[in-house]
Design a binder for this molecule. Structure first.
Ligand SMILES: NC(=O)c1ccc[n+]([C@@H]2O[C@H](COP(=O)([O-])OP(=O)(O)OC[C@H]3O[C@@H](n4cnc5c(N)ncnc54)[C@H](O)[C@@H]3O)[C@@H](O)[C@H]2O)c1
Length: 259
């Protein structure tokens, strides 16, 4: 079996977790990191390049995996696609312009690109099940719970869950606003009738509950990510699959055969 050589873009928390997972996975090898902000050198024996083009030309990977930020992703994406190298992107907050460019560039070059905002298979299934349930209930609320350092609220996953549920339902959910709100914001944020409540505190990683309500019945779908390792099976699957794809694939659900 030929080893899949992987360059990891980003030496942050996710980048290092991906490199370790690739190292531990039979049939894959991390050959380099690329990180414009890191010191040149090596991390756990894996060389670090600061310049995208130089790193790719020297490491010659079969796949690039990017977990950085919206400023750096376009740089590594351009360098990878120019060289015909398939790309797996986990960075969140990408612009619509970048997504459109990835779509046209990946198709034009016949190269696979996978972009997924959530690589945790349990989270993807939670969103899938929530979409399935959305047709059958008029009331739905989301409680998302994350560590205290999370920069955005609500989470991208909570927003994507509500949007997916609304797309299936085709109209807003029922949302009751109290006549007297004695503490502002007590009903949470609201998206298409779905109230979204964000909890932030130490002890949490990434969790979400979607609660559907109907007469005399409730359905609760809950998902918990208890560590960054929750994302790794999805990332490893994407590394294998992206080589077989042509053009842009958005969402792990497409690789799991859920859509
Ligand atoms: N898709 C998923 O399942 C998933 C899961 C967790 C995190 N994420 C996303 O992955 C990304 C990284 O998360 P993290 O926790 O590893 O963050 P982090 O802050 O630990 O690491 C970010 C990395 O990006 C590099 N970087 C940032 N700006 C740069 C620039 N301008 N030029 C070059 N390099 C730059 C940093 O040096 C660092 O190595 C975030 O967008 C996060 O939301 C996605």
């Amino acid at each position: 079996m030929t080893e899949i050589s992987v360059v990891v873009s980003g030496t942050g928390r996710m980048g290092r977790e991906v490199a370790a997972a690739v190292l531990a996975e039979p049939g894959m090898t991390p050959v380099a990191y690329i990180d414009g902000l890191a010191e040149r050198g090596a991390l756990d024996g894996i060389p670090i390049y600061r310049e995208a083009g130089v790193g790719l030309d020297e490491a010659k990977p079969q796949v690039v995996v990017d977990f950085t930020n919206a400023a750096w992703t376009p740089v590594i994406a351009k360098a990878a696609l120019e060289r015909g190298i398939p790309l797996v992107i986990g960075t969140t907050g990408l612009s619509a312009e970048l997504m459109a460019w990835l779509d046209s560039e990946a198709s034009a070059r016949g190269v696979g690109v996978v972009v997924a905002a959530n690589f945790a298979i349990s989270a993807v299934l939670m969103m899938h099940f929530a979409k399935q349930a959305a047709r059958f209930f008029d009331y739905a609320e989301i409680i998302e719970l994350h560590h205290e350092g999370k920069v955005d609220s609500p989470s991208g996953t909570a927003k994507a869950t509500a949007e997916g549920m609304l797309a299936v339902r085709g109209r807003p959910f029922e949302h009751r606003t109290p006549e007297a709100e004695t503490v502002a914001g007590a009903r949470g944020a609201e998206l298409g009738g779905v109230a979204i409540h964000a909890v932030r505190m130490p002890g949490l990683v990434a969790h979400q509950e979607v609660i559907f309500g109907g007469p005399g019945q409730l359905l609760t779908i809950r998902q918990d990510s208890t560590g960054r390792n929750s994302f790794m099976p999805g990332v490893l699957l994407a590394i294998r699959e992206v080589r077989e794809r042509r053009g842009l694939v958005v969402g792990l659900e497409r690789l799991l055969g859920l859509e």
